[in-house]
Design a protein around this ligand. Structure first.
Ligand code: NAG
Ligand code: NAG
Ligand code: NAG
Ligand code: NAG
Length: 339
């Protein structure tokens, strides 16, 4: 540098002193998507959100719903077209004033963390892949069915909504009627005994999972880009889960239903050929396989708190941000020199 470029220096100084306000110390908002048979206004779900707020004061929690009426929201967790539900949730997120970026960064994506319970986990992943203008830093899922289910879950004796959904799935899973209406059918994924891969019926008719997992011949490059762009994708499995069959679907693993043999995600084609950006994410240290004690959805405050502390909260200034700043400064000075 030939001279001390005062104007340039001032510009740089004011630029970097403006940084702390842009890279705010406020925690990123948190989206929470509940599981099958639950509702967004349930006390248990809100106590989880409040726990996250205790860990990160000032945290804004958005409870994902498909209806403002909690009872209808619960029914929609059994019945509906998941593609439509995700599109509806994406629109609602864009309409929420508390999720919108600040005035001076209006053009930027909505930046959030996300927490999914059971089926809410794979639906959030679908949201990450499909919702334009939404940028998810950390996605944490508990007991989710990323690789689908081999059988429909058992319903409680008096849970007639659940039983109704279950009855519809039996022998009719691949009809358009069921794929359009019964939520768990849209992540039902039986295996072909002879190939070990999913059945032809699944690949042809699955309304949700085969698409968001990029399992069909034609892959969606946007899905891959958006998964790889996250900082963290954290998958928790309950070690005594008997509700979700097989439980290892929570880690995106494949399980031979006859032998019980588990093929880990890293040994599957979806990872090795990187259909979904999971390998790319793993290479930058973004993929976490975690186990937690107990049956399906037996969560403790200790595990939740630790997880919230580790993966949520204010955006950390990354090395990349520092590199980008240095690069910007360098180009600024280089430009001044040319002048
Ligand atoms: C891929 O997904 C994006 C986001 O949902 C969508 O806009 C686009 O049309 C899809 N591309 C193809 C080829 O299906
Ligand atoms: C689910 O909804 C989407 C979007 O409206 C539609 O394209 C798709 O055909 C529906 N699925 C079924 C199985 O009807
Ligand atoms: C699944 O396990 C059964 C029983 O061990 C075996 O016969 C079958 O070949 C396995 N399927 C695949 C695709 O590996
Ligand atoms: C299983 O795979 C074989 C070989 O690709 C195929 O011929 C058969 O139709 C498949 N069966 C099902 C139920 O998908």
């Amino acid at each position: 540098m030939r001279l001390l470029h005062l104007p340039a220096l001032f510009a740089l100084l004011s630029f970097s002193s403006a940084l702390p306000t842009t890279a705010s110390s406020k925690p990123l908002p948190l989206l929470i998507w509940h599981g099958l048979g639950d509702r967004y206004d349930a006390e248990g779900l809100h106590s989880t959100g409040e726990l996250a707020q205790k860990v990160h004061p000032g945290l804004y929690v958005y409870y994902i719903r498909t209806d403002e009426d909690g009872s209808a929201d619960r029914t929609n967790s059994f019945f509906g077209n998941v593609t439509q539900q995700i599109a509806q949730v994406c629109a609602a997120i864009h309409a929420d004033p508390f999720l919108a970026p600040p005035e001076d960064r209006k053009h930027e994506d909505i930046r959030v963390d996300a927490l999914g319970f059971s089926q809410g986990g794979q639906f959030l992943r679908g949201l990450v892949e499909r919702c334009e203008g939404l940028s998810v830093r950390s996605l944490v899922t508990f007991g989710s069915q990323h690789n689908g289910i081999a059988q429909f879950q058992k319903c409680g004796d008096l849970d007639f909504v659940c039983k109704g959904a279950s009855a519809l799935v039996k022998n009719n899973a691949w009809t358009e009627y069921v794929q359009n209406k019964v939520v768990p059918a849209q992540y039902y994924r039986p295996l072909n005994e002879s190939t070990g891969g999913p059945t032809d019926g699944y690949l042809e008719h699955s309304n949700f999972l085969a698409d968001v997992n990029n399992e069909r011949a034609e892959k969606n490059a946007t899905y891959k880009e958006r998964i790889a762009a996250m900082e963290k994708f954290v998958m928790f499995v309950f070690d005594e889960d008997e509700t979700v069959v097989p439980k290892e679907t929570g880690w995106f693993a494949e399980v031979n239903a006859t032998s019980g043999e588990v093929t880990d995600l890293r040994n599957r084609a979806i990872y090795k050929e990187d259909w979904l950006g999971l390998k790319q994410l793993d290479k930058k240290g973004g993929l976490e396989f975690r186990a937690t004690k107990g049956p399906h959805m037996r969560l403790t405050d200790v595990v939740l708190k630790k997880t919230f502390k580790e993966f949520f909260g204010p955006e950390r200034k990354t090395k990349n941000a520092a590199v980008a700043l240095a690069d910007k400064a360098w180009r600024y000075f280089a430009h001044q020199d040319v002048l």
